[in-house]
Write a protein that binds this ligand. Structure first.
Ligand SMILES: Nc1ncnc2c1ncn2[C@@H]1O[C@H](COP(=O)(O)OP(=O)(O)OP(=O)(O)O)[C@@H](O)[C@H]1O
Ligand SMILES: [Mg+2]
Length: 697
C-alpha cells in the first residue's frame, strides 16, 4: 500500500536520508508461468514477512512496486543510526527471504532471492499527488535504485556515502567503482558480507576513530604465511599459537593475518571464535561460537529457526563426496553437542550413551571439516585460548589424531602465556610464536599512527619509551594525547607529554584506569557495573545491577529511577562505544538481551577492580538473578558463578546442578561431575553459614 498521511503530519524538508531499494529476484520468470492470482498470493505473503523486517529496523515503507519496495531511514523522522539500521535491515531481508524460500509451499518460491541497494544523501521529503502521499524525491533515490539493479541476487550493495556513515560496523568486501546507468561518473560501491564474522573481535562491531597500521610484526606475519602454505599439503592440522603478554598484539596480528589471507584467496573459509573467561565452564562453548559465528546463528533466534538454519547450512557444506555419516546426522549430533535442542532426533536416540554421542560428534566434526577443507581453504581462528573450556580443547586436540582421510586445516590461536605453562603439550602440537615488545623508536610510532605526523619527533620518542613496547599501552597514550591537543598544537602536546613524564603510568592498568577516570561520573559507574557482569555483558544484566544499587543506596548515581534506567543505560552505552571502550554485538537491536563486549579483558578487569568490595555481592546477586532467568542453558553456568560471588551458596548450588544436567546431556560427563561436586560443597557451606547472605530481605 502506498503510504498516505494527512497533510502536514510531517513538515516538508530537505533531509539526509538513507534509501533502500529491495527487489525479489526470480520473480518475473515465475510470474510468466503462474496465474496472477497465485502470483499475488505469493507477493502478499512475501511482503507481509519482509515489511515486518523493515519496520523492526526502524525503516519507513514508502511504497511497494510489485516485487520491489522502497524504504527510507531518516524520514519522516531520524533515528540514532539510520544508515546502520538500513544496512542491518538489508542483511535481515536476505535472511528472511531465504527462510521464506525454504518454508513456502507455493510453487516456485524456493528459487526466490533478494537484491538490496542502499544509498545515503540529501532528498526532498514531503507530499505529492492529489492524495498527499508522503515520499522522498531526489537523485539519492535514483542512485539507490540503480545500485539495486546492478547487484547480484542474494546480496546487499551500498554506496560510498552509506559506507562512510557506517564505517567499521560491517564487513565489506569487493570495493569497486561501478558505472551506473544514467550517471556520468563511476560510483564506489561495497558489498556487505553479513554471514561471515572475520574480525578479531568476533562479530562484534567496532568503530575505528583513527587509522592505525600494524608495525614491527613483519617477521611474525611471514612466519604465519609460511606455516599456512605448509598446512595445505599437510594431512593433519597445522597450528600456530601466538603468545605474549596482555596488549602485546596477539589479536591484532591474527586479525591482520586473516585479512591478508582473504585478500589473497576469496574462497577461503574462515571459522572464528574467542574463548571467554565467563564461559570457561560451559562445555563446548568455543565450538558453539565457531559454528554460531560462521553460520550467523544468534542466541535470540527462536530454537526452531536456528535448528533449521543450522541443518540447511550443514547440508550445503556437506557436498557430495563419500565418507561417514550424513548431513542430517551431523547437524543433529554436532548441534546437540553445542547445546541445540534436537531431542526428537532419531540419530541421537540411536546412540545409547552420552559418551558415545560425544565420540560420534567428534568423528562428525572431523568429517564436516574435512569436507569443507576438500572444497575451500579452511582456517580456524581462535582468540584467548587461555580461557577455552576443557571439552572444546579436547575436541580441538582430537583433530590432530592421525588417520585417513586427511584434514588439512590451518589453526591460528592467540593466547596469554599461562596457557602453554599449564598445557605444555600444546607446544608440541603447535608452532609457538612468541610476541616480544616492540622496539621503542619514534619512526614506528609515526608509522603506526599517521595522525601523529604533525607532532615533533621528540614527542614520538617519549611516547615510544613510555609505552614500554606494549602497543595497547601506546594506543591508550596516543588517545589521551590527541584528546588534549587534537589540533596538534605543539605547546599543548608538550605539556601533555610533560604530564605523562611527571606521573609515569606504571603500567597498562594505570593507563586504562586513567581513561576510565575521564568518563563522566554516571557513565563511569555504568561501565563499572557492566564490568561486574563480565567481559561480555547484557543490557538487562546491567540494568538489574543498577536497580539493585539504587535500592540499597550504594554508590549509584541518584538520577536513576526505576523507569528511566533503561534510557540512561542506553545513552551511556552509546558514549562508551564512542569512546571505544565497549562494542555491541552486531545484528541485535537495543534490548535487554543486547550483548556487548569490553574492548579488552584487561579493561574489564581494571573497571571491575574499582568497585568497592562491600558492594560487589549485592550487584553479583542482581546479575545472577537476571542470568538465572534466561532460557539458554549456558546462562546457568554464569549465574552459578555470580551467586557464588554474591555469597548465596544455595542458589549457586542450584545453578551448578542445572548446569551439571546440561553438561551431562551434552556428554561432558567429567564436567558434569565436577559441577555437581561444586554444588555439594556449596550446600555444605550453606549449612555452616549462620548469617543471612547479603542482599536478602
Ligand atoms: N603491531 C602493532 N602495531 C600497531 N598497533 C598494534 C600492534 N599490535 C597491537 N596493536 C594495537 O594494540 C591494541 C592491543 O592489541 P591486541 O588487542 O591485539 O592485544 P592482545 O595481545 O590480544 O591482548 P589480550 O591478551 O588482552 O587479548 C589493539 O588496539 C591493537 O590494534
Ligand atoms: Mg587479544
Amino acid at each position: 500500500m502506498t503510504a498516505t498521511l494527512p497533510p502536514n503530519a510531517y513538515p516538508e524538508e530537505r533531509r539526509l536520508v538513507t534509501v533502500m531499494f529491495a527487489d525479489v529476484q526470480g520473480f518475473t520468470a515465475l510470474a510468466e508461468q503462474l496465474d496472477f492470482e497465485t502470483v499475488s498470493d505469493l507477493l502478499k505473503e512475501i511482503w507481509f514477512k519482509l515489511d515486518q523486517v523493515i519496520e523492526a529496523h526502524g525503516g519507513y515503507i514508502d511504497k511497494h512496486m510489485g516485487d520491489g519496495v522502497l524504504a527510507i531511514w531518516g524520514a519522516p523522522s531520524a533515528g540514532d543510526n539510520d544508515a546502520e539500521n538500513a544496512v542491518t535491515a538489508g542483511l535481515a531481508l536476505n535472511v528472511a527471504m531465504d527462510e521464506f524460500a525454504r518454508e513456502s509451499r507455493l510453487p516456485g518460491a524456493g528459487e526466490l532471492k533478494m537484491r538490496v541497494g542502499i544509498h545515503s544523501g540529501q532528498a526532498f521529503a514531503g507530499y505529492i499527488g492529489m492524495h498527499n502521499e508522503y515520499t522522498i524525491i531526489g537523485d539519492t533515490v535514483n542512485v539507490a535504485s540503480r545500485l539495486e539493479q546492478y547487484t547480484e541476487a542474494g546480496s546487499v550493495i551500498i554506496s560510498e556515502s552509506t559506507f562512510l556513515l557506517t564505517r567499521g560496523k560491517f564487513i565489506v568486501f569487493r570495493p569497486e567503482p561501478v558505472q551506473l546507468k544514467g550517471k556520468h561518473e563511476p560510483v564506489m560501491t561495497y558489498l556487505i558480507e553479513g554471514s561471515q564474522a572475520i574480525s578479531g573481535r568476533g562479530n562484534y562491531r567496532g568503530s575505528e576513530s583513527m587509522e592505525t597500521h600494524m608495525v614491527g610484526r613483519n617477521m611474525e606475519m611471514e612466519q604465519l604465511a609460511g606455516l599456512f602454505s605448509q598446512s595445505r599439503g599437510n594431512p593433519l592440522p597445522t597450528m600456530a599459537i601466538v603468545t605474549g603478554q596482555p596488549g602485546i598484539g596477539k589479536s591484532r596480528l591474527s586479525m591482520e593475518f586473516s585479512t591478508s589471507l582473504e585478500n589473497l584467496d576469496h574462497s577461503i573459509f574462515i571459522m572464528t571464535a574467542r574463548a571467554l573467561g565467563q564461559a570457561r565452564q560451559v562445555p563446548f562453548y568455543l565450538w558453539k561460537m565457531l559454528w554460531h559465528n560462521r553460520l550467523n546463528l544468534r542466541d535470540d533466534d527462536p530454537p526452531r529457526n536456528s535448528n533449521e538454519k543450522f541443518l540447511s547450512e550443514i547440508q550445503k557444506l556437506w557436498g557430495k563426496s563419500l565418507g561417514i555419516g550424513s548431513a542430517i546426522e551431523t547437524a543433529h549430533v554436532i548441534g546437540h553437542l553445542i547445546g541445540m535442542d534436537w531431542s526428537d532426533s532419531p540419530y541421537l536416540a540411536a546412540i545409547k550413551t552420552p559418551q558415545a554421542r560425544v565420540e560420534r560428534a567428534f568423528a562428525l566434526t572431523r568429517e564436516i571439516l574435512r569436507r569443507i577443507a576438500a572444497v575451500h581453504t579452511l582456517v580456524i581462528l581462535i582468540d584467548d585460548l587461555q580461557w577455552v573450556d576443557k571439552n572444546s580443547l579436547e575436541l580441538l586436540e582430537s583433530l590432530f589424531t592421525p588417520g585417513e582421510p586427511s584434514l588439512p586445516v590451518f589453526i591460528l590461536a592467540g593466547s596469554r602465556p599461562e596457557f602453554l605453562q599449564q598445557q605444555p603439550r600444546w607446544s608440541e602440537l603447535a608452532e609457538v610464536i612468541n610476541l616480544a615488545p616492540l622496539p621503542a623508536n619514534a619512526e614506528l610510532v609515526a608509522t603506526a599512527y599517521p595522525i601523529l605526523s604533525k607532532y615533533p619527533k621528540s614527542i614520538l620518542q617519549t611516547l615510544a619509551r613510555q609505552a614500554e613496547g606494549n602497543p595497547y599501552f601506546l594506543e591508550e597514550m596516543v588517545k589521551s594525547l590527541i584528546k588534549t591537543c587534537d589540533d596538534g598544537t605543539i605547546p599543548l602536546a608538550e605539556a601533555a607529554i610533560h604530564r605523562l613524564r611527571a606521573q609515569p603510568p606504571e603500567s597498562l592498568q594505570a593507563a586504562l584506569q586513567a581513561r576510565l577516570d575521564t568518563l563522566p561520573r554516571e557513565i563511569r559507574s555504568i561501565a563499572l557495573l557492566a564490568a561486574l557482569v563480565g567481559r561480555v555483558f547484557w543490557v538487562g544484566a546491567v540494568i538489574a545491577a543498577i536497580r539493585m544499587a539504587t535500592k540499597f543506596g550504594t554508590s549509584a548515581p541518584t538520577r536513576f529511577s526505576y523507569a528511566n534506567t533503561e534510557r540512561i543505560v542506553r545513552e551511556a552505552l552509546i558514549q562508551l562505544e564512542q569512546a571505544e571502550l565497549v562494542f555491541p554485538k552486531a545484528g541485535y537491536n537495543f534490548s535487554q538481551e543486547q550483548e556487548y563486549i569490553f574492548k579488552s579483558s584487561l579493561l574489564r578487569d581494571v573497571a571491575y577492580n574499582l568497585i568497592l568490595m562491600r558492594y560487589r555481592p549485592f550487584y553479583h546477586k542482581a546479575v545472577a538473578d537476571w542470568l538465572a532467568n534466561r532460557t539458554d542453558a549456558d546462562f546457568n553456568f554464569m549465574a552459578a558463578e555470580h551467586y557464588e560471588l554474591a555469597n548465596w551458596p544455595v542458589q549457586a548450588a542450584r545453578q551448578y546442578e542445572l548446569a551439571a544436567e546440561h553438561a551431562k546431556l551434552r556428554g561432558a560427563t567429567d564436567e558434569s561431575e565436577r559441577l555437581l561436586s561444586l554444588a555439594v560443597a556449596l550446600r555444605e557451606k550453606a549449612k555452616s553459614q549462620k548469617t543471612f547472605p547479603i542482599g536478602s530481605q
